[in-house]
Design a protein around this ligand. Structure first.
Ligand SMILES: *Cc1c(COP(=O)(O)O)cnc(C)c1O
Length: 327
């Protein structure tokens, strides 16, 4: 099962990375594995900060006692190649972190604008693909992301608790040169990777129920076809945003090409009480819609259409319920 899941994970990640495996825990656990193994105390880490999850990356790097520098952009925006290049040339970091699918804002940044600049100064790039994996192109190898992590419960639509990570050869060599192993035994990437190699020498007890769920989830991706799955999410997302716009909502991410397909983030029309609308959707339709996170709390709606929800029928049903409850 491990071997088959690894092969399918490489496919969804868009990578040939041998070190593609599963970390016990939710997405934050895989995020922590990326930071603990590749950020050593005293290193300079550059964070592209445009949302809640790049703040989480910042905090993890700071707890590693790294020297963290940030390039901030308003929430909902992404970074251009020029500003990314200038920031990285100026700071010359060891490690760069960015979020491909920023779930707090709905912004999508494939990554190559950042990774090209980072590689010019020989920095490793950590890419947060927690939301993007399984629903839209992640393309690690094409985008030059050295270390990527994700989760089970978003684009892959599996139960939470087991999180994919993928590490390329460049990063793996860097890991081999560490003076000391990371202080965490449980999240030591080298130990966990070994568990996924033949012989599968016991490292930690696998949550077998979650393995079975992930196995099935990845099989479903394969059966549908990765590109067909992307296309389904793209279409459902476009239908949702267009329907919401007609109802007077305004997308937070202004440029369509910078939007996550499977997560609509919209500002409510003037005069609409977003909390009351969400409450009515929950009570009368059993639909749970999220509000903003952090500085966007109470200001936007965040509506995910992932996995089985990304169909014309489900999106139509949701739009109908929203329309009804706005009256
Ligand atoms: C959800 C999320 C995380 C954290 O994942 P958990 O599974 O909640 O621990 C990290 N980054 C992004 C972009 C996310 O959307």
């Amino acid at each position: 099962m491990m071997k088959e899941m690894q092969a399918r994970l490489r496919l969804v990640f868009g990578t040939a990375n041998q070190r593609t495996f599963l970390v016990p825990g939710s997405g934050s656990s895989a995020m922590e594995m990326a930071v603990l193994n590749f950020v050593e105390p005293g290193m300079k880490v550059a964070i592209f900060a445009n949302g809640h999850f790049s703040n989480r990356l910042t905090e993890m790097a700071e707890r590693q006692r790294a020297q963290v520098v940030r390039l901030d952009r308003p929430w909902g925006e992404v970074f251009g190649a020029e500003e990314a290049g200038a920031f990285i040339e100026r700071e010359r970091p060891h490690v760069v972190g960015f979020v491909q699918g920023e779930t707090s804002t709905g912004a999508y940044q494939a990554g190559s604008a950042i990774t090209q600049a980072a590689h010019r100064v020989d920095a490793l790039v950590i890419g947060d693909c927690v939301t993007s994996l399984g629903a839209m192109p992640v393309e690690l190898d094409r985008n030059g992301i050295d270390i990527a992590y994700s989760c089970a419960q978003k684009g892959l639509s599996c139960p939470a608790g087991l999180s994919p990570i993928s590490i390329n050869e460049r990063a793996w060599e860097r890991l081999a040169k560490r003076a000391e192993p990371t202080w965490s035994w449980y999240l030591d990437a080298r130990l966990v990777a070994k568990y996924f190699e033949p012989a599968h020498v016991y490292h930690h007890t696998p949550a077998t129920a979650l393995y079975h769920a992930m196995y099935e989830g990845l099989l479903m991706v394969e059966e549908e076809g990765l590109e067909a799955r992307w296309e389904r999410h793209r279409r459902a997302g476009a239908q949702l945003v267009s329907g919401l716009t007609q109802l007077g909502f305004e997308p937070l991410v202004s440029k369509p090409e910078n939007r996550l397909w499977h997560l609509a983030t919209v500002k409510p029309p003037a005069g609409l009480d977003e909390a009351a609308l969400r409450q009515r959707l929950l009570e009368r339709h059993n639909i749970d819609v999220a509000t903003g996170l952090g500085q966007l709390a109470g200001k936007i709606l965040r509506i995910g259409v992932m996995g089985p929800l990304a169909t014309e029928e489900r999106v139509g049903y949701l739009l109908g319920a929203i329309k009804q409850e706005m009256q």
